[in-house]
Design a protein around this ligand. Sequence first.
Ligand SMILES: Cc1cc2nc3c(=O)[nH]c(=O)nc-3n(C[C@H](O)[C@H](O)[C@H](O)COP(=O)(O)OP(=O)(O)OC[C@H]3O[C@@H](n4cnc5c(N)ncnc54)[C@H](O)[C@@H]3O)c2cc1C
Length: 496
Amino acid sequence: MRTAVVVGAGMSGLAAAGALSRAGWHVTVLERSERVAPPPTAVVLWPNGQRALAALDPDGGWSAIASPLPDGGVRRPDGQWLVAPRARAGTGPAPAAVHLEDLYDALIAGLGDRVEIRTGFDVTTVLTGPARRPAAGDGTTLIEADLLVGADGIDSRVRATLAPESIAQGAGLAAWQAVIPAFRVPDLPTRSVPRATPGPRRGAGDVVPGSRRGAGDVVPGSRRGAGDVVPGSRRGAGDVVPGSRRGADDVVSGPRRGADFAAVAPRAGWGGAFSGSRSGSVARSGAESGAGFVGGETLGSGYRFVAVPLGEHAAGRGGVYWVATAAGAPRPESPDTQLALLRRWFAGWHEPVGALLAATRPEDLVPQGVRELRPLPRAYGYRSGPGGVVLIGDAAHAMPHHLGQGACLAFEDAATLRTLMADIPAGDGLGEAVETYSRLRRPRTTTVVRENRRMSAVVQARGRLALRARDAALSHMRPRFLGRTLDPVTDWAPPE
Ligand SMILES: Cc1cc2nc3c(=O)[nH]c(=O)nc-3n(C[C@H](O)[C@H](O)[C@H](O)COP(=O)(O)OP(=O)(O)OC[C@H]3O[C@@H](n4cnc5c(N)ncnc54)[C@H](O)[C@@H]3O)c2cc1C
């Protein structure tokens, strides 16, 4: 029987272990944590990720825990629609959200009895070479196999050995995620909100008359007190932005200014990376529904807030998942202070942003700096004697979450491995299979990384001109473009 060692028991490692086990392999998973445990967050599964999961799990267990997204749309902080919710023109199933605890349970249930998981095993040594099978060790024990799968995330030890040219770098953003459990989800208002209309526009993040913001509150993008540190920036501390209303000591952050959004957004046909396409089973949404419905995203000046209902499936945990993003480095403060900062930055944004942040507890918060691999590894598959090594998931192609594709691509990687590793011919078959894996996956992920970078200009826009250009580009998109945006990304099917 063929043997594999999978380094890392995150989503990609568990998916790959299940895939190889189903293909008849004996698999050892090495995980450095003491237990296999997901972060208390959720992910959105796009059609490509769903197709990959369907290939990995023909019984469809995962689908019982996923909630189709409501038609979300994209709004400005004052609630005005930039892209109103509407049925998506694209093909494929609606994107769906799933709690990671549910997803991990499903992946673990799919492992079968040919998978052994060894926790508390921190891989420090990776051995490969033209005359030896690959092996991974922790300094005490070395485990050799026909195939070594590097599923050890963005700081991958396996990748550092085989593709040291690929470095994890900060993307100039920090993210905060949380799931508010169903019993704590606030009762949300359902008043109407205006659609995107031509006419005078406020800058995203401007003070909205009649909003609940109190005098002296700080609005993202508005005048800050001298010495305030604005989350993030590639500028040096103390930089002053000419023409801005900031105090001289402010540290201003800065995703690209003046990006050509008219070129970016319509070309991509973007309808909001997290906008759903069709009403889901839990949708409290739709174009006519109110400011408080949960679903869709809001773009401010260097800030973004996405909220997704997790539904109330019998098998799922329910609740609401949200992700907030701000330009800048990760914050060093305690969770309590970070939550207080988030409430301050997003004060005055349309509901349900404030209500969701108010319902969030510090222990719900998962803060992190957003990083990416630059450049991508030159290959995702390497021969090693009669065996081989492959890189999957964030170890291979970590990228910012603008398009919500990291986990989806990890499932694509695993589904591709399953096909390629099912019937390996004797002789040089495994070496050829790892090279084929690389040939299939490298161009595919390059495309997604390119679309993701394009999206970062939209998501990270700051500065009056850049915001105007972005808002105009988004609100003038024609319906036929909507939802097609992501087609190059989401139109993927497992190899035969
Ligand atoms: C804010 C945010 C929102 C996101 N939203 C989405 C979304 O909506 N949809 C989507 O598809 N993706 C999304 N993603 C991306 C997705 O979360 C990641 O792509 C995915 O978690 C990567 O999984 P992984 O298993 O490859 O890596 P990881 O989750 O990092 O797992 C790696 C595992 O390897 C272990 N490990 C590491 N080093 C070693 C070692 N030396 N020895 C042994 N074990 C080791 C770790 O302990 C860990 O268990 C989002 C990401 C962020 C930051």
